[in-house]
Design a protein. Structure first.
Length: 326
């Protein structure tokens, strides 16, 4: 069939042959342009670009609220605000009632600065039952040393601090790396690009300028994403990080949904409304600000965690976490 068509084309007058070829090229190019335009304006592409712009922005600030939605009457449980730069980040969470935890974290290169108003209570919740009496005997000194104080956690102590609050050192490394490094955030996005587990749909109520998008998890692809993460460039480059099988699966995130409002022209996120799912029943509202720039300064009055470890906790931390003090 193809051979017969070529023979017929050769028999056509030259001007018709040129017209035929030119017309074919126009159709092919037009189709390619149409496909490109469709891809560029598709909900998946718009959402991806907006997220990428947020993760790599040098001037991103944000604020929001965490709501509890388990009951019929939703109530705010915490206010959230922070900043994200190319190599540094700041995150602050403040409970809405007077007795709630309030914390702030700044990541800078290989160090983390952490301040929690009731940090001693978090440590107490992780104390093994056989060490309760030991902890009680040093509780006043612990409260005076760490509650509401800026603690400088150097990279060598990240795994130890993680073990105290029942997190693997690797998990702490990953979170720390993502929050302080544009390169790491880009690496994470590249892993997602190979396993795009969000199903994106557009709400027709949007306008030409502003779009509303809903993201839900595809269970199969999400589990593939989590399974592939240990071999990704982000996980493998973390020093001393032995990433085990992920504890987070599609089942633990059942019902997780994100609603994004996006400036389609500038590909910038205007608002984030995330429902954490059927397990925790929380709702998080975040409003990013890409126009305001502010320098993230490290705290001045700080205490090294390594000093606290030696002077206050002494053998307590090593016994409870399985890590030997230097």
């Amino acid at each position: 069939m193809a051979k017969d068509i070529m023979i017929r084309i050769r028999r056509l007058p030259k001007r018709y042959s040129i017209t035929f070829v030119a017309g074919t090229l126009i159709v092919v190019i037009g189709a390619a342009i149409a496909m490109y335009v469709y891809y560029q304006t598709s909900p998946q592409k718009i959402v991806y670009d907006a997220v990428q712009n947020a993760l790599t922005s040098s001037t991103l600030m944000f604020e929001g609220t965490v709501m509890r939605t388990a009951s019929d009457n939703s109530d705010a449980v915490a206010a959230v605000d922070g900043q994200l730069s190319q190599t540094k980040s700041r995150l602050a969470i403040a409970g809405t009632s007077t007795d709630q935890l309030k914390g702030e974290m700044i990541t800078d290169r290989d160090d983390t600065f952490l301040k929690i108003n009731r940090a001693s209570e978090l440590v107490a919740s992780a104390v093994p039952s056989h060490q309760t009496d030991l902890y009680a005997s040093i509780l006043p000194q612990i409260k005076q040393t760490i509650d509401g104080k800026w603690i400088w956690i150097e990279q060598s102590d990240v795994a130890l601090v993680g073990s105290i609050v029942k997190l693997s050192g690797c998990s702490v490394d990953i979170v720390q790396s993502i929050t302080k490094s544009t390169a790491s955030r880009t690496a994470l996005l590249n892993v997602y690009k190979n396993h795009p587990f969000f199903v994106v749909s557009e709400d027709g109520a949007g306008t030409e300028q502003i779009g509303n998008y809903t993201l839900k998890i595809n269970n199969v692809i999400f589990d593939e994403f989590m399974a592939s993460f240990p071999s990704s460039s982000l996980a493998t480059k973390l020093s001393g990080c032995q990433y085990q099988s992920p504890a987070i699966t599609s089942e633990t995130l059942r019902g997780f949904t994100i609603h994004l409002t996006i400036d389609k022209k500038n590909r910038q996120i205007v608002e984030v409304d995330a429902h954490t799912g059927q397990t925790s029943q929380l709702r998080v509202f975040i409003k990013p600000d890409f126009s305001t720039s502010s320098v993230i300064n490290n705290p001045q009055d700080i205490t090294r965690f390594s000093d606290i470890k030696q002077q206050v906790f002494k053998g307590f931390l090593s016994n409870s976490s399985g890590v030997t003090n230097d």
